[in-house]
Design a protein around this ligand. Structure first.
Ligand code: UDP
Length: 219
C-alpha cells in the first residue's frame, strides 16, 4: 500500500516541524520523504530543499494513504484544515521529536505536534491537533482539549485543565491545581508570554503579567 506524508504550512511553524517529521519517518524506515503543503504556492517547488505544493496538487497525488501534520500555530486554521482533511479521507499525522519524553498513561489524540525537548508526565489526556513547542512541559493529571497551542517553554504544572483552542504564550507558567480543584484555562483563552497564572482564566479572556491579570476585565 503506497503512502505519502506531508507537513501542512511552510512558514515558521512548519519549517521548524519538518525536520522533526523527517527524522520520525527515517526512524520508521518507511522510505518516504515528507513534503510541504502550502496554499500560498501557485506551482510545485522546493522549500528548504523539500518538495512543496499546494493542497489541490497534494490531493491529486496518487497514493493509497495520505498522512498530514498541520503545522500552523493558529488553532482556528488548524481546525478548518483538519475538517477538510477528514472530508477528503486524509489522515491526521502526529509527530514528536526524538528528545521528547512521554511518561505513563498518556493519551494524545490525532494530529499532535510535539516538538523536541517537550516532556509530558504521567496520567495526561490531550485532544486533537495539540501543539507543544520546544522545551514545554505538561505535568501529571492535566486534561487538555482540542486545538490547544503551547508556544516554547510553557510550564504547565499538575492538575491543570485547558479547554479547546486556548493559546499559551512563550514561557508562561500555569500554577498547579489539585484533583478536587484543578486550575482551569477556559476555551479560547490567551495567556501572554511570561505570564504566571495563579487563578482560573475564563473562556475567551486574555491575561498577562505576574500574577496574571485580565486585559479584558480590568478592575
Ligand atoms: N496556510 C495554508 N493554507 C491555509 C492557511 C494557511 O497553506 O488555509 C499557510 C500559509 O500560507 C502560511 C502558513 O500556513 O505559510 C501559516 O503561517 P503563519 O504565518 O500563520 O505562521 P506559523 O503558523 O507558521 O507560525
Amino acid at each position: 500500500m503506497s503512502e505519502v506524508f506531508a507537513v501542512y504550512g511552510a512558514a515558521g511553524c512548519g519549517r521548524s516541524l519538518m525536520p522533526v517529521a523527517a527524522t520520525q519517518l527515517k526512524q520508521l524506515n518507511s522510505g518516504s520523504e515528507a513534503i510541504f503543503i502550502d496554499d500560498s504556492l501557485d506551482e510545485e517547488g522546493f522549500i528548504n530543499s523539500r518538495q512543496a505544493m499546494n493542497y489541490k496538487q497534494f490531493k491529486q497525488l496518487a497514493f493509497d494513504n495520505k498522512h498530514v501534520l498541520i503545522a500552523i500555530a493558529d488553532s482556528d486554521i488548524r481546525q478548518k484544515i483538519a475538517d477538510k482533511l477528514l472530508i477528503d479521507g486524509i489522515h491526521l499525522w502526529s509527530v514528536h521529536g526524538c528528545t521528547t519524553l512521554i511518561m505513563e498513561k498518556v493519551v494524545i489524540d490525532v494530529g499532535a505536534a510535539i516538538s523536541p525537548f517537550v516532556t509530558i508526565a504521567s496520567n495526561v489526556t490531550i485532544g486533537k491537533c495539540f501543539h507543544a513547542n520546544l522545551y514545554s512541559y505538561v505535568e501529571h493529571d492535566c486534561v487538555i482539549g482540542d486545538y490547544v497551542t503551547f508556544a516554547p517553554r510553557v510550564s504547565c504544572n499538575g492538575n491543570v485543565h485547558i479547554h479547546d483552542h486556548a493559546y499559551i504564550g512563550a514561557g508562561a507558567i500555569l500554577k498547579q491545581g489539585t484533583p478536587d480543584k484543578p486550575l482551569i484555562i477556559g476555551e479560547g483563552a490567551i495567556i501572554g508570554m511570561g505570564a504566571v497564572v495563579t487563578r482560573d482564566v475564563p473562556a475567551g479572556d486574555i491575561v498577562v503579567g505576574n500574577p496574571a491579570r485580565s486585559l479584558k476585565n480590568k478592575k
